[in-house]
Design a protein around this ligand. Structure first.
Ligand SMILES: O=S(=O)([O-])[S-]
Length: 215
């Protein structure tokens, strides 16, 4: 079976959830991640949970299950396994928690955002060039951005303001920005205007160099 065959867009995921009386939403991330933030009404387990069989047994196989994680990892593996176990329908959310929160859907967070939208806007307004890195401390691809940011910091110094935003620290600003669909997302502003927005890794260093070289 094609691993991504049950991955659906946010719109489809959301409307299918809305059409269920008691939607079976499963956060397939780890327990610490779930404790910090999650989709309202979700339960938490994944293929590695010690009580996996017991968790699965609590669900209704004849009703759809909705899974999400950060990317197309844990949620897709879980959805695939549930289908193999005889569940009728299993859908995993494309872009995971980033897509959900980034599009303003209701979520639980255990703390307030460190950074507010107003503070974010102030930083953008007060600095000529600003590079914003948005991700999660639990996201593998996001970790790969960090050494690239260090190289960029060393090269541009105080000429480039770098802002790092984590889902764990500042969920609400990610929701308020209404621009994030995946982690990591990188946004470069020049004079308050977005010069580029990158989703995923790509050749970040080169893109920043090229964009900042334009006068
Ligand atoms: O496993 S993952 O989808 O959270 S990257």
């Amino acid at each position: 079976q094609n691993k991504s065959s049950n991955t659906v867009s946010l719109d489809v995921f959301y409307s299918k959830i809305q059409s269920e009386k008691k939607p079976q939403i499963i956060d397939a991330r780890g327990p610490e991640e779930f404790a910090l933030n999650h989709i309202n009404g979700a339960i938490n387990f994944n293929l590695e949970s010690k009580d996996y069989a017991a968790q699965v047994a609590k669900l209704d196989k004849s009703k759809p299950v909705f899974t999400y994680s950060i990317g197309a990892g844990r949620s897709v593996w879980l959805a695939d396994d549930l289908l193999k176990k005889g569940f009728k329908e299993a859908y995993s959310l494309e872009g995971g928690i980033a897509n959900w929160i980034g599009n303003g859907k209701p979520f639980y967070a255990n703390s307030k955002s460190k950074l507010t939208l107003a503070e974010y806007k102030k930083i953008i307004a007060e600095n000529k060039d600003v590079l914003v890195d948005i991700g999660s401390i639990y996201c593998g691809a996001c970790k790969k951005v960090k050494p690239v940011l260090e190289t960029i910091k060393a090269q541009y110094g105080s000429n480039l303001k770098i802002v790092e935003i984590d889902l764990e620290d500042s969920p609400q600003v990610i929701a308020d920005l209404k621009t994030v669909k995946v982690f990591p997302t990188l946004i470069l502003y020049k004079d308050g205007k977005i010069v580029f927005k990158k989703e995923g890794l790509g050749d970040l260093k080169n893109d920043v160099d090229v964009a900042l070289a334009v006068k």
